[in-house]
Design a protein around this ligand. Sequence first.
Ligand SMILES: Cc1cc2nc3c(=O)[nH]c(=O)nc-3n(C[C@H](O)[C@H](O)[C@H](O)COP(=O)(O)OP(=O)(O)OC[C@H]3O[C@@H](n4cnc5c(N)ncnc54)[C@H](O)[C@@H]3O)c2cc1C
Length: 344
Amino acid sequence: MAGLCAAVRARELGAAPVVYEKGTRAGGSMLLSSCVVWRFREWDDFRAECPTGDERLQRVVWERLDDGIAWLESLGAPVVERETGNPRTVGKRFGPGGLTDTLVRGADDVHLREAAVEPQILATGGFQGNEGLVAEHVRPARPLRLRANQWSNGDGLRLAREQGAELSAGMGEFYGRNMPDADFSEADFVPAAQLYGRFARVYNERGEEFFEGDVSWSENDLVQATAKQPGAKAWYVLDDSALAQRVRDRRVVDIVALASTRVDPADLPFAAPAGARVAVRVSPGITHTIGGLRIDEHARVVGADGLYAAGADAGGISTGGYASGLAAALVFGRLAAESALDRL
Ligand SMILES: Cc1cc2nc3c(=O)[nH]c(=O)nc-3n(C[C@H](O)[C@H](O)[C@H](O)COP(=O)(O)OP(=O)(O)OC[C@H]3O[C@@H](n4cnc5c(N)ncnc54)[C@H](O)[C@@H]3O)c2cc1C
């Protein structure tokens, strides 16, 4: 998302950029995503939801996103929904295939299966695909399953660090979803996500209710806490009222029905609470890292002269919570091109 947006913007400004895409197809995780590009409706809400994020970077995303979305539409990207479905946020849902095609057409010169030798703008999508880097920074209790494209292995981070780049805050944080604790494929990334932890009683393998306080609306705090539990697992235990709740347009009972790891409460490794109807064993899928390279508000990598970064390679924006990764990729991708061409 960030790399293609940077290339399209650079071409609009008269340059002849080349996109080097290591994967076998364009679109990265964006192509696998729900493709809702959004921001918090209120600035104060953004700060409250992501309190340890870099305020200057957050301001840039918040102020420029509406322009960015209008720009995508002006390029011909297909809008599927004009609302996010969440009253606290504004934005649009695009068709990921159509958005990818539109950006590839605008970028014009996209080389697949090739990594750049001396890239100027880094947009490799974070380091979630690199088990070693995840173990070093995120420190999960066991390796996390990948819920993202398979090529984002921290290449941008490594390359910039070799040139003296500084790291952002939040290197231990990630965005993800609790998934059934069993194998899953790309087709399961969205439908199989067990996004109802806020209605469940949540236990670890020892039968401890490990999460204190209210689970956030994105449930990213619960997912990150699960990664630190023994075996990086949790049990969601549901009673009738939890099963009757809705998450977006789906009933909890229907999401649970898709989980191959659901069990009868009598089969839990600890005593089930009264009223329990079903339990689901979950563990996190990692979608993208939240920490990364430290950038300034012009997408310049701090400490590495002449390098720019955008998207999940640029860290510290949604630290402490969760905000749209596509929004940050769009805004800082465009800005990186403008900065690199000295057109701010
Ligand atoms: C299932 C799912 C649902 C999601 N839903 C949403 C949503 O609704 N809203 C939202 O805001 N976000 C969502 N996201 C997150 C969103 O997709 C990411 O935040 C966004 O794609 C990040 O943009 P990026 O450009 O940093 O990375 P990507 O879009 O992943 O692009 C990175 C690209 O870099 C390539 N690459 C890696 N290394 C190299 C290298 N050395 N050389 C060349 N190329 C390389 C990769 O192959 C990839 O194509 C979702 C993600 C997933 C997986």
